[in-house]
Design a protein around this ligand. Structure first.
Ligand code: KIV
Length: 272
């Protein structure tokens, strides 16, 4: 009889307890294919609403829908077995009331099989985070540069430069932690603010364009693989897959046009 290997996923309480330990690795994945790539290496897979921009070609994340997040979330869950899969609640699906947020989050969890949801906003969303957490929904919070508020923020700009913004974002992080978030994404904030929040917050901070002092880091997979030419300044490209893919597609086109493909090894002969 073969021994069955049952790999258990990371859980939200485990992630929360990882505060101050080894840095947490988080990456986005929107499909089974990319989740399979990320899963062996990551603690958290985020099915981010950045999918609207990366995969659907939209200018902002505002066009992401619940249906889009559910389709991609279910696919990422199918492609992974170890990492905690967290799915973003899209713009318009949770802000109106805690009850609306619960209905959206419950649908996302039931229809994708994910283990947690993420939502954007600090103090204003704290009552909603408490409402979800009390009803068994693990919530990852997201403060600082919150892309769903891009129109109100006036663009994708780093946050926390003046004293008022610095203390306002610090208060946001404290409020979402107090409300029961199991981790807090800190996006696009000045480094001293990320350092200060990380020192004070009892749950892990996951930085993106923040600081290496955060308890973990997250990047959009396609950005760090080098698929996207234009990326935010804080992105380090760990690969050059865009160029490699372009070369492969050009080689294929050349082979087709010169009738070098399919070659004899790629065609089926009639059986004698
Ligand atoms: O949507 C997303 O991918 C995100 C991360 C970049 C934090 O929210």
């Amino acid at each position: 009889m073969s021994a069955e290997i049952c790999l258990k996923r990371r859980t939200a309480p485990e992630i929360a307890a990882a505060k101050g330990g080894a840095p947490l690795v988080a990456l986005t994945a929107y499909s089974a294919l990319t989740a399979r790539l990320v899963d062996p290496h990551a603690d958290i897979i985020l099915v981010g609403d950045s999918v609207a921009m990366v995969e659907h070609g939209l200018e902002t994340t505002l066009g992401a829908t619940l249906e889009m997040m559910i389709l991609h979330g279910a696919s990422a869950v199918r492609g992974s077995s170890r990492a905690l899969v967290t799915v973003d609640l899209p713009f318009g699906s949770y802000e109106a009331s805690p009850q609306t947020a619960f209905a959206s989050a419950a649908r996302v969890m039931a229809e994708t099989g994910c283990s947690a949801v993420k939502l954007e906003g600090g103090r204003r969303m704290a009552p909603t985070i408490a409402f979800l957490a009390a009803r068994g929904i693990p919530v990852m919070a997201h403060v600082g540069l919150t892309p769903q508020a891009v129109m109100a923020l006036g663009g994708f700009r780093s946050q926390g430069h003046d004293e008022a913004a610095f203390s306002s974002i610090a208060a946001d992080a404290a409020a979402v932690e107090e409300a029961g978030a199991f981790a807090v994404v800190l996006e696009g904030v000045v480094e001293p603010l990320a350092v200060a929040i990380t020192a004070r917050c009892k749950v892990p901070t996951i930085g993106i364009g923040a600081s290496s002092a955060c308890d973990g880091q997250i990047l959009v997979l396609e950005d760090m693989l080098g698929f996207n030419e234009r990326v935010p300044r804080f992105v380090r490209k760990f690969g050059a897959l865009g160029e490699a893919a372009d070369r492969a597609v050009a080689d294929y086109a050349g082979a087709v046009r010169s009738r070098a493909f399919p070659g004899p090894e790629h065609v089926y002969r009639r059986k004698p």
